[in-house]
Write a protein that binds this ligand. Structure first.
Ligand SMILES: [Zn+2]
Ligand SMILES: [Zn+2]
Length: 334
């Protein structure tokens, strides 16, 4: 008899997620079957549902911040045992043979496949994942609090590394990624300046609680020039604003997978060896580094918990900024 599971399924972009019953998948060679404990809700899930990402594999179970326990192990998998807790990130598969993969930049692999986008993800009671892209996770941690580390934390960390040795750092958009990255940046001795939607005093207060030396509106000038700025909000208009806030030689890092168009701007705000760059996805090395660093900070995530069938509500709350920190689906609320 085939076991079944509940899952939230996206049939077509623009349509609501549907609660469905699906067979529990079998792990193929190289895969593990996970009983999902918790799955974070990421802005990328909104971009997927809104049709802003090209060529999703439909229908798809979204979700790429998965914390689960190994329920079964496929053939040719070493190093994972039933019951072990693992985390699954956004990058779910890469070819291992192209020049990007061979150069340690598997995040740029042209054949890469992504969890919850081309591979069924964690908005479900079970999922299968390529064992090479599963990270061992803290067995004692709260699963919901650990889930946002797998994208908000990990891609935030990659963005932060792109800031190099910046000692004054601006963060535009104070959501799930920013609330984690600001803790890491402060731990590294950087001075964090947080920029939010105009008048969002709650997010600004949250940023100060997490150690930001200054918090204000995104169209305000910071009290000191920035060495680097990270943009987490998917708003292209923030790029010229951040450019005017960074000092000569500074870097503006665009950390989201999708952004509205960047308006034209005068060359003088780029002049002075200022630099704009994007961050794409993650590497397994980022995951290993960040998951080792997070408990040393220690990173404390603030989460709002939802049941699986409340995924649409969680996404709507994310869209409208109705919580601070991160939204997480928790499978077993018992
Ligand atoms: Zn490749
Ligand atoms: Zn994400």
């Amino acid at each position: 008899m085939t076991q079944t599971m509940r899952a939230m399924l996206l049939g077509e972009p623009g349509q609501p997620l549907r609660l469905v019953t699906l067979p529990v998948p079998n792990p193929a060679a190289g895969q593990v079957l996970l009983k999902v404990e918790a799955c974070g809700v990421c802005r990328t899930d909104l971009h997927l549902i809104d049709g802003e990402l090209p060529e999703p594999k439909l229908p798809i179970v979204p979700g790429h911040e998965i914390v689960g326990r190994v329920a079964a192990v496929g053939a040719n998998v070493a190093g994972f045992a039933p019951g072990q807790r693992v985390g699954v990130p956004w990058l779910g598969w890469s070819c291992g043979r192209c020049r990007h993969c061979l150069g340690g930049r598997e995040n740029l692999c042209g054949q890469a496949r992504f969890t919850g986008y081309q591979i069924n993800g964690g908005y479900a009671e079970y999922t299968v994942a390529d064992a090479r892209y599963c990270f061992p996770m803290d067995e004692a941690a709260d699963a919901a609090e650990a889930a946002p580390l797998l994208c908000a934390g990990l891609i935030g960390y990659r963005a932060l590394t792109m800031a190099g040795g910046a000692s004054t750092l601006g963060i535009y958009g104070f959501g799930a990624a920013a609330h984690i990255v600001s803790q890491v940046a402060r731990h590294q001795g950087r001075r964090v300046h947080a920029f939010t939607r105009r008048g969002d005093v709650e997010a600004q207060g949250f940023a100060r609680e997490l150690g930001a030396v200054w918090a204000g509106d995104s169209d305000q000038a910071p009290p000191e020039p920035l060495d680097a700025a990270l943009i987490f909000a998917p708003v292209g208009g923030l790029v010229p604003r951040a450019l005017t806030a960074v000092d000569k030689g500074g870097t503006v890092v665009c950390a989201g997978i999708h952004m509205s168009d960047i308006p034209s701007f005068p060359y003088r705000i780029l002049w002075g060896e200022r630099c704009i760059r994007s961050v794409a996805n993650l590497t397994r090395r980022d995951g290993e580094e960040f998951l080792a660093l997070a408990p040393r900070v220690p990173v404390r995530t603030e989460v709002r918990r939802y049941a699986l069938e409340q995924a649409a509500e969680a996404l709507d709350d994310l869209r409208h900024g109705r919580f601070r920190g991160a939204a997480v689906l928790v499978m077993d609320r018992g």
